[in-house]
Write a protein that binds this ligand. Sequence first.
Ligand code: PEP
Length: 246
Amino acid sequence: MRRPIVIANWKMNGDMRFTRRLLQDICKSWNGVHEAEVAVCPPFPYLAATQMLLEQTNIYWGAQNMSDRDNGAFTGEISAEMLNELGCKYVLVGHSERREFQRESSELVAKKFKKAVESQLVPVLCVGESLEQRENEQTYDVIARQLLKVVDHCGLDMVAKGIVAYEPIWAIGTGKSATPQMAQDVHSYIREILGPEGDQIRILYGGSVKPDNAEALFSQKDIDGALVGGASLKAEDFVEICRAAE
Ligand code: PEP
């Protein structure tokens, strides 16, 4: 049984006031016992406030990135241990915005994944193709390459301790989501690559998930939830997506 999960990625948005308000609004609408798991990934400076506000709730939190190193002269980096101290359960690794703007390679992403698991964090490995790659029918090659880098570096046992998020780059922040069938096809391919371990690994879809398309996406057999950007900045919309996952 794979427990559905919806994770918010707030990226570099909001200020302290906005973040507190958003957390309080989400908590209010998501109290009690739920079948789906919910987590939020605020910007680094708001993780301590997030920890204080969520500690006694049923909502988890995580970071949007971390270093592959333990400590030392790495200006501007944040270690897995620091995230542990802030009570993080999850950490995103390999988000396409980091692969693109920070030039993160699949090798580095694999090292971060390993460091996260070794540090008792649950990495959420993001993979996805660009529009050009999709149009050139390279989607499956790209996904396999990104995924196998991590499998080769960490082994399937370790990969099974994380979560995979399929996020087609052309769908992120564009309002143009993949159709449920398109997403399902890639999710089932990912599960196939992951072999026998694949059955227990949660695979999330990300890319313009909104209250009006969440249910159709979640009804697909290999879609176990979502990684949500834009729509997670509005408590009402985010909670509606979380409800659709149950
Ligand atoms: C994301 O960046 O992880 C994402 C899914 O963004 P959006 O929901 O805004 O497309």
